[in-house]
Design a protein around this ligand. Structure first.
Ligand code: GDP
Length: 427
């Protein structure tokens, strides 16, 4: 993917998340010098399979699995320190070298125990389907201009005063929400004193670091978490995450200018899934959904929740192509469709008798649409050993060609299994 004209690449999910970004980032980061997370927190869950080992990465970029890359948590990320160190220690225990390889932005915000209490209390009334890891409340604090930045750890007495104030506020809010739990100042102070000496040596101005790296010709991969339809602006609001998952968010959340970005790769499954609440227009009928879930192992990497499954939705991907400015697509999990005789694809929506070619912003409209399905021929043979387009059965190639036309974006990668080598790079 990287070449003389492409040094800085964003990889985004172009559906509702869980598209297999972890695998794509793992494959592409073999050639990257730096891999950067720019939004979200430990609510993401990227699964990467190497040989017989499976790694689930929540906060740390999937690039950590290549020993020569440096991993960066940008200013747009919210960091739960215990989740972060737990993940680092877990990787180290499994033989992945981590020392000196992770940089954390001084402008990133902390996710603290009081955020998790607020998340659980809000979720009881709002029912968005969050992972209850405190991500939403941490972003609320950030935009409410009362957030606690990683850089504040360098002045602990001042940080502790701020912390006491935030815990008091959180407890007032918990009381208003009718929640019985309360946060403790002592618990927070103890946590901060414990993590500061370990976190501070990793903290730098990551935007400046990336700027100099890009200037020096290094290859940078910006790794999105969740999917475009979960973007707080462009997603199916309010059933969205609390940050900008789309490519514009990559510049803001990494601290680089948009002109530094040379390309945007959108990762899509060959079908569609959704975890959490909110509409899924191409949802498959129950027995077929069950089959897709079973074949694709469609259960959340963080929560284990079953994902809802349906057919490829071209409106979703075309929309993601537009709002991200996608320059290429990576289609994953083609192998999951290997056994189907025919494969429907959502090409447009019908809404109250009218044809829709663009994603509606109104959630109630999206709840009412019926997809206009095209039925494509299945291939009923395994694709898992294909390493070039020519190795694929003809109906599988036709399927991909149709997706390319419907999504109006060229396909650059096709993934046909969980392993690193199970990938087709389209020249
Ligand atoms: P992410 O958050 O976008 O990285 O997605 P997840 O990690 O939640 O889900 C992707 C899952 O699909 C992981 O378990 C991957 O190992 C698996 N996966 C990725 N690509 C393929 C593929 O081409 N075929 C199959 N069968 N599984 C894949």
């Amino acid at each position: 993917m990287f070449d003389t004209d492409l040094h800085c690449l964003v990889v985004v999910g172009a559906q509702w998340g869980d598209e297999g970004k972890g695998k794509l980032v793992d494959v592409i980061s073999e050639r990257a010098d730096l891999v950067v997370r720019y939004q979200g927190g430990a609510n993401a869950g990227h699964t990467v399979v190497i040989g017989d080992s499976q790694f689930i990465l929540r906060l740390i970029p999937s690039g950590i699995l290549h020993p020569t890359t440096t991993c960066v948590l940008g200013n747009g990320v919210v960091i739960d320190p215990d989740a972060f160190f737990g993940e680092l220690d877990g990787l180290a225990e499994r033989g992945v070298p981590v020392t000196g390889r992770v940089l954390v932005s001084d402008r990133a915000h902390l996710v603290l125990p009081y955020h998790k209490l607020l998340d659980a209390a809000a979720e009881r009334s709002q029912n968005i389907g969050t992972t209850r890891r405190g991500i939403g409340p941490a972003y609320e604090d950030k935009y409410g201009r009362r957030g606690l930045r990683v850089g504040f750890l360098s002045d602990l007495p001042r940080m502790e005063r701020r912390l006491a104030d935030r815990v008091r506020l959180a407890n007032e809010q918990l009381a208003l929400l009718g929640a019985p739990e309360r946060a403790s100042v002592d618990e927070h102070v103890t946590l901060i004193r414990r993590i500061a000496p370990r976190l501070l040596p990793m903290v730098v101005d990551t935007g400046a670091h990336l700027h100099h790296a890009i200037r020096a010709g290094q290859r940078v991969l910006l790794e999105g978490a969740q999917g475009s339809l979960l973007d707080v602006d462009h997603g199916t609001y309010p059933f969205v995450t609390s940050s900008n998952t789309t490519a514009g968010g990559a510049a803001v959340g990494a601290g680089i200018g948009p002109t530094a970005i040379d390309g945007v790769l959108g990762v899509v499954k060959a079908y569609t899934t959704r975890v959490g609440n909110g509409p899924l227009p191409t949802l498959a009928p129950a027995p077929v959904e069950e089959e897709l879930r079973r074949l694709g192992h469609e259960f959340g990497a963080v929560t284990g929740r079953p994902r809802r499954c349906g057919w490829f939705d071209a409106l979703v991907v075309r929309y993601a192509a537009r709002v991200n400015g996608l320059t290429a697509l990576a289609v994953t999990k083609l192998d999951v469709l290997d056994s189907f005789e025919t494969i429907p694809v959502g090409a447009a929506y019908d809404l109250d008798g009218a044809r829709l070619e663009e994603m509606p912003s109104d959630l109630s409209a999206l709840e009412r649409v019926t997809p206009v399905l095209e039925t494509l021929e299945g291939w009923r043979t395994s694709t898992s050993t294909a390493r070039s387009l020519a190795d694929l059965p003809r109906p599988a190639r036709s399927y991909l060609e149709r997706l390319e036309v419907l999504a109006d974006t060229p396909i650059r990668y096709v993934s046909v299994g969980t392993r690193r080598d199970q990938i087709i790079e389209v020249a």
